[in-house]
Each structure stands twice: as C-alpha cells, then as structure tokens.
Design a protein around this ligand. Structure first.
Ligand code: LCS
Length: 401
C-alpha cells in the first residue's frame, strides 16, 4: 500500500488524520471526525490521571494541552505540508508568535523579509524588541542580503513568499541553504501559496506557518493558524509557548477548518485558474499601471515562480494609474466583488492595503517597500471567472470614461 505521504494532495486532504481510531465506537464509526467540544477530560482513578499527566501520549487531559479534534486537523496538516508534525493555533498571528517565541526562547536576533503582513512586521519591529529580540529587515528577494545581515546572535530567518501584499518571491532553497550553513531556523509563512502551491519543507525550510483563516479553511468562518515542522520543534512549541501564552485553537474552529481543508486542492486549483484569467485581463486594461502576479511573464521573478511553485496562487496586486483617488473610486464601484480585508475566501475580496491591512506600517516604510497609495489587492474567488471580470471591468470603466 502507498505510504500516506506518497498519496496525491486531494486524497491526503480528505483522508489524512481521519483514521477510524479517532472515533470512540468500534462499529458504526462516524464517517467524518467528531467534534470534541469540551474543555476537560475525566479519569476513572487518580493513578490513571497521574499517568496521563506524566505521559501525555497516553490520554487527553485538558483542551489547552490537546484535544482529539485538534489532533485530526494537525495530522492532516503535517501530511499536506510534508512535515513531521503540526500544531493548530487560534489564529495566524498565534502561529507566527508561537513559532518565533519557540525559536527565540533564549533570545537572539532575526533576519526578516522587509515586506511582511503588517501584524508580523509589528511583532518583529516593536513587540519582540521590547523583549530584547531585534530584527534586521532586508530585501530577501536577494539572498545575499540575508547573509550580510546575519550576526553572531542571529537565530532565525523569517520569510513570506509570495509576500503580502506585493507578491514578491524569495528563493526558498537558497534561503534554506543559508539557514543551514549558519545553523539558523528558517521560518516561512506559506499562507498565500498553501501546500498546494508550494512545498517549502521539501525545499529545506525548517518551519512553515499559516493563517488557516484564509485558503486552508476557505469558508470565511474561522480565525485559525498552524505551525508545521520537525517533531522536536512542534513539541517544544506545544508544551511551551502555545500552552503558556495560550493561543490554542477552539475545537469548533479546528473542526470547521479540517472540513475546509478536505476541498483545498480543488478550491486552490480553481482560485489559481481564475486568478490567471483575471491577471491577464487587468494587464491589458488601460486604467491599470501594473499588475503583480507570479504567473505573469511580466512578474520579475516569474522564472523563480515556475521553479519553486506548483501553482501561482489566487492573489493579484495592481496599481491603478490614478493613484489613491482612482483606487477609492474603483472599489466603491464594485457590485459583486466585496470590499473586505482577508483573503483566500470563496468570494472575491478586494482591499486597499495602504489604508487597511498595512496602515500600521509607517508611511516611509510603506513607500520604501513599494506599498503605494494606489495599490489594490485582489483575492480572486471561485465565482465564474467571467462574472468576476465583468464586475472589475464595469468598475474600471469609470476610471477611463
Ligand atoms: N500571515 C499572513 C501572510 C497574513 O496575510 C495574515 C493575515 C496573517 C499571517 C495573520 O493571520 P490571522 O491571525 O489573521 O489568522 N492577513 C490578513 C490580510 O491580509 N487581511 O486581513 C488579515
């Protein structure tokens, strides 16, 4: 029989973690993993309880320490990301902060990509600094900049690829080699690409983090996150920062997310297909100054995208010729596509990063890093692509009339 890691992504997404052993009954087993919506677990004797507290593998004790519904989700994630183990968290930021607090438990320095999701940027540039942890931000699209910024106390290289919102890429294999050569932990936020778009652990990255709020759950109903990596790292994260800082996923959100993941490969393929069509439409439109989409030949890192990504993703970023005023007029005119932050939803969502997701990033850093006032980010959904394009076209028409 095929090893579960050798199965196709669609099979893994549906079956991984869902072994009948996860059900309580021996026959008439529930087809879908049951929801264990409970905070604590009871024991029949003091000895049994003491044994579980000493050896957690032998049973569940308390949901902040572990829960069967969380475990099904975690096993699915580990298989999909090709990691040894996974940990579900209460949010994407719960995953980012738990991973960083684990890797930097004894302090140290971080080298990070200069454009990151704003809360991650804030965590590194402000919150962790107050705890004595410094970060040097570099243009990681050039791996030698990473190497140059490494200090004797550097512990972590922190990356996103594609980045939020500019869709820049970093060469994951090259960054992983630098991390290995300097005995550092490489952490990559794989939210935009998902395990169906790229496999960072296979390329040598140590730890993958996710906002499962996005493509993985896909339903717009939950806030959730994940960490995937070596068993030793994941166990340290679970027994240390996750448990004690407390960014634990609720069983209900874990349950919704694990059902969302069963359709991830199918959904993600269609997101990518629709995004390719929308990007080509936008690139040809006279109101659009430029389009950033890794699948377009005009993307400066298209060759790298072809090399390290299986699919180019569902996110597109554009700059409108009329700057901020045009951006506001454009989003105000949308009829079917929604003006909303977040991404990876079945619905098409558009947002204006400078005034929303990236507004906490200081203006000079936004401008230095290319997050201009006229930028509009599009999370292409799963509506019929002709209907998405028609809505964008009627909103853009206003700008050229
Ligand atoms: N990492 C990336 C790349 C993200 O885009 C986000 C959220 C997070 C981590 C944090 O995840 P959360 O805690 O929200 O689950 N990105 C958002 C965005 O672009 N718009 O709204 C949220």
């Amino acid at each position: 029989m095929k090893n579960k890691k050798n199965l196709g992504k669609a099979t893994q997404a549906i079956h991984a973690g869902e072994a009948p052993a996860n059900a309580a009954a021996k026959s008439g087993i529930p087809l879908i993993p049951p929801l264990y919506q409970n905070s604590t677990f009871r024991f029949t004797s003091a000895a049994e309880c003491a044994a579980a507290c000493t050896d957690e593998e032998s049973g569940y004790i308390y949901t902040r320490w572990g829960n069967p519904t969380q475990r099904v989700l975690e096993e699915k994630l580990a298989v999909l990301e090709d990691g040894e183990a996974a940990l579900a968290t209460a949010s994407g930021m719960g995953a980012v902060s738990t991973a960083l607090l684990t890797a930097l438990a004894d302090g140290g320095h971080v080298v990070a990509m200069e454009t990151l999701y704003s809360a991650t940027h804030h965590l590194l540039s402000e919150d962790l600094v107050r705890m004595g942890i410094e970060t040097t931000f570099v243009d990681a699209t050039n791996p030698t900049e990473i190497e140059r910024a490494i200090r004797s106390d550097t512990k972590v290289i922190y990356l996103e690829s594609p980045t939020n919102p500019l869709l820049k890429l970093v060469d994951l294999g090259a960054c992983a080699e630098i991390a290995e050569a300097h005995a550092l932990i490489s952490i990559l936020d794989n939210t935009f690409a998902t395990p169906c778009g790229q496999q960072p652990i296979a390329l040598g990255i140590d730890v993958v983090v996710h906002s499962m709020t996005k493509y993985l759950s896909g339903n717009g109903a939950v806030i959730a996150g994940a960490i995937v990596g070596k068993k030793t790292f994941v166990e340290r994260a679970q027994k240390g920062a996750l448990r004690n800082f407390g960014a634990v996923i609720s069983p209900f959100n874990a349950w919704l997310t694990l059902h969302g993941i069963t359709t991830l490969p199918l959904r993600f393929a269609q997101h990518c297909e629709n995004a390719g069509r929308v990007a080509a439409f936008l690139e040809a439109h006279p109101a659009v100054a430029w389009v950033s989409y890794p699948g377009l030949r005009s993307h400066p890192q298209h060759e790298l995208a072809k090399r390290q990504m299986d699919k180019f993703g569902g996110m597109i970023t554009i700059e409108l010729k009329g700057g901020r005023v045009a951006g506001e007029q454009f989003v105000n005119q949308l009829q079917r596509c929604a003006l909303a932050v977040s991404l990876g939803d079945v619905r098409t969502l558009l947002c204006h990063p400078a005034s929303t997701t990236h507004s906490p990033v200081p203006t000079e850093i936004r401008q230095q890093t290319g997050i201009t006032d006229g930028l509009v980010r599009i999370s292409v959904g799963l509506e019929d692509v002709e209907d998405i394009i028609a809505d964008l076209a009627q909103a853009l028409e206003l700008l050229t009339s």
